[in-house]
Design a protein around this ligand. Structure first.
Ligand code: UTP
Length: 628
């Protein structure tokens, strides 16, 4: 570095030193200026000015650990550039939020809750079908965004969550199902538009260092599950600096004194990444209208997407939260309108442990209670959002995609002066509406409780401890929910499906319905199902498994008591009827500690024992009939 630059930097560091408690840090830094680039010197000055001198406290003279010292500044540059407003802004916000937390400040002080407006759907009725039709039309104007950067610590699975089989009858993983659903929905949208459509609906996956490489590998080794590789974009969120104390001093990595400890910032990063990557602008310029956000392990979501998009389009919602009915006090957040005496207003997710006290404090002595529907009037947030691109882009150009953050320090004791371990700021995707003006149209769509939400988040031991009546959110409940939902849909389409039986797997009591699975190309809407199920004499016994892989498979007066697997090329039309009876595939309890079994099986607590089945595959175009 030129000596005048160093002299200048030393002079400026001397000024900074006044604010910095640890002057030895400043001296250490001065001695090392020659090894740093001018940009790195600027970053070091910023750190000193922001009270982060401890990061340089133990720095030896030049010649010792120089590469490590430079690597620290490289890390600082990344932390600085990946946070809207930079690291100084992160530290400032952290100080404010830590002070609020220490003072026990309630973020909702002064707000009065009320029930926002939204649409309550009943699966399969005329209203639902109308919304589905409207939604399918809109698919070609949508981009899909999967947030898949989470560690999945609660589940404890060794791989990435999107690689997990959604169900073990076919072994289809979550990512494959999502991609096939998007492809089939966009085909359906094109059919409605009689070919005048955008064929390549964009699909973005937000990953993190924990998930990026494995997600890319899963896609590449499976030819992107049929999607064009150019249609899929992977974004990567960066972690944020950990905070060691109430002064927001950045925590030093316990394994390396030349690194700052970092942790995930939360799925709220998706907004700033979509904005800074230029994708949002690209989509807006291309005339797209919607962004659909969804999460890594919800095998049911796409059953509700068309109708929810129809609600967004019909009601012109800028923000539409897909929700499920929620029992009062149930442990999921409720979508709530909050009105402040100073005129502020927002429609937002309020966590259940904040909603009940907030209601009690604002004139509802019983807090959160069920209404005449048997559910709380505040619908349950499931973090699947549909945003309208125009207003979304307008808002992000003001905020740069920064989402209101929170901090959740675990204090050592009631003095709240020290933390048990370092903390960090976090942000959540669903907090996006917090900065919107009251004029923004923020609504919700409620679907039937069995239709659209069965995430896989909890490991078997934790799931078994979930209080009775609350959802397990485990691999066991995630898979059995798919069979329930598909069986219920076939029931609505007129098929006689036996009642489920109750079974316990991995300590969790679940309903076991007939194992019904179909590929998205068979049906992506209820109208598709209704067209493909004909006759008044279709029935499935509880022990049955029905797998439909072909596009034009028509079920007509089929009586199934066993297992039937039907596949066909797209140009074939196959009528499936008659009586099919065999030993079928049994769902059998396994011991989750049995290390001879795969992790994917052990986390479910059951395996599929394929005893006997009828499998038919039609590889020639034309009309076929299976009349067993
Ligand atoms: P979860 O609540 O399931 O959290 O995230 P998680 O981090 O994956 O799992 P735990 O809490 O460690 O057990 C909801 C969705 O948000 C994504 C997840 O991948 C999931 O789809 N997510 C979460 C991110 O994309 N980034 C994050 O920083 C956190």
């Amino acid at each position: 570095m030129a000596s005048s630059v160093i002299d200048n930097a030393i002079a400026q560091l001397a000024n900074v030193q006044i604010n910095d408690l640890s002057s030895s840090s400043s001296l250490n830094l001065q001695k090392n200026l020659s090894i740093l680039s001018p940009d790195q010197v600027e970053l070091a000055k910023m750190l000193l000015a922001m009270g982060q001198g401890h990061l340089f406290e133990d720095w030896p003279d030049t010649g010792v650990d120089d590469d490590e010292k430079k690597a620290l500044l490289v890390q600082v540059a990344l932390l600085n550039s990946s946070y809207p407003g930079g690291l100084a802004s992160y530290i400032k916000t952290a100080r404010q939020l830590l002070a609020d937390s220490k003072a026990g400040k309630n973020p909702f002080d002064g707000f009065t809750p009320s029930v926002p407006s939204g649409e309550v759907l009943t699966f399969g009725d005329d209203n639902f079908i109308k919304y589905e039709e409207t939604g399918v039309k809109q698919i070609q104007n949508a981009a899909f965004v999967l947030v898949a950067g989470g560690l999945g610590e609660r589940l404890g699975y060794n791989g990435i969550k999107v690689a997990l089989p959604m169900e073990t009858i076919t072994g289809t993983c979550f990512l494959q199902h999502y991609i096939e659903s998007i492809l089939c929905l966009s085909e359906a949208s094109c059919r409605q538009a009689q070919g005048k459509c955008r064929r390549e609906v964009p699909f973005v996956i937000m990953t993190s260092d924990d998930t990026y490489a494995k997600t890319l590998q899963l896609l590449e080794s499976n030819s992107y599950f049929g999607m064009k590789s150019t249609q899929v974009k992977l974004l990567k969120q960066e972690k944020v600096a950990c905070l060691a104390d109430n002064d927001a001093r950045l925590a030093v990595d316990p394994n390396n004194k030349y690194r700052i400890q970092t942790k995930p910032h939360g799925h709220g990063d998706v907004h700033s990444l979509l904005y800074s990557s230029g994708l949002l602008k690209e989509w807006k310029d291309a005339g797209l209208r919607w962004v659909v956000f969804f999460q890594d392990t919800n095998g049911l979501l796409f059953k509700a997407i068309p109708a929810a998009l129809g609600v967004s389009a019909t009601k012109e919602y800028h923000v539409n939260s897909l929700t499920v009915p929620r029992k009062a006090k149930e442990a999921i957040g409720g979508i709530t309108r909050l009105t402040h005496s100073d005129g502020r207003e927002m429609v937002i997710n309020v966590e259940y442990n904040q909603l009940d006290p907030l209601l009690r404090a604002t004139g509802h002595p019983d807090g959160d209670v069920n209404c005449e529907t048997g559910y709380s009037p505040y619908p349950g947030n499931i973090n699947q959002l549909i945003l309208e691109i125009g207003p979304y882009m307008d808002e992000l150009s003001k905020t740069g995609g920064a989402i209101k953050e929170f901090v959740n320090p675990k204090y050592k004791d009631s003095t709240k002066t020290a933390f048990k371990s370092s903390t960090r700021l976090e942000c959540m995707m669903q907090d996006y509406p917090k900065t919107l003006p009251p004029s923004a149209k923020v609504g919700f769509t409620v679907t039937d409780p069995w239709l659209a939400y069965a995430p896989v988040k909890n490991n078997p031991d934790d799931a078994a401890k979930v209080p009775k009546g609350n959802p397990y959110h485990s691999a066991t409940s995630g898979e059995t929910a798919i069979y329930r939902s598909n069986s219920m849909i076939l029931r609505k389409a007129g098929v006689n499906i036996d009642d489920p039986v109750s079974e316990v797997f991995n300590g969790q009591e679940v309903e076991v319905w007939s194992r019904v699975v179909w590929k998205p190309k068979w049906a992506v809407t209820f109208s598709d199902v209704k067209t493909k199920v004909n006759g008044n004499n279709n029935s499935l016994s509880q022990k049955s498994t029905l797998v439909i892989k072909g596009r034009n498979v028509f079920i007509e007066d089929l009586s199934l008591d066993g297992t039937l697997v039907i596949d066909s090329v797209d140009d074939a039309e196959v009528k499936v009827g008659g009586v099919v009876q065999n030993k079928g595939w049994a769902i059998e309890n396994i011991d989750k500690e049995n290390s001879a079994l795969s992790e994917e099986v052990r986390i479910r607590g059951f395996k599929i024992n394929k005893m006997e089945h009828l499998e038919k595959s039609y590889s020639e175009p034309g009309k076929h009939s299976l009349n067993a």
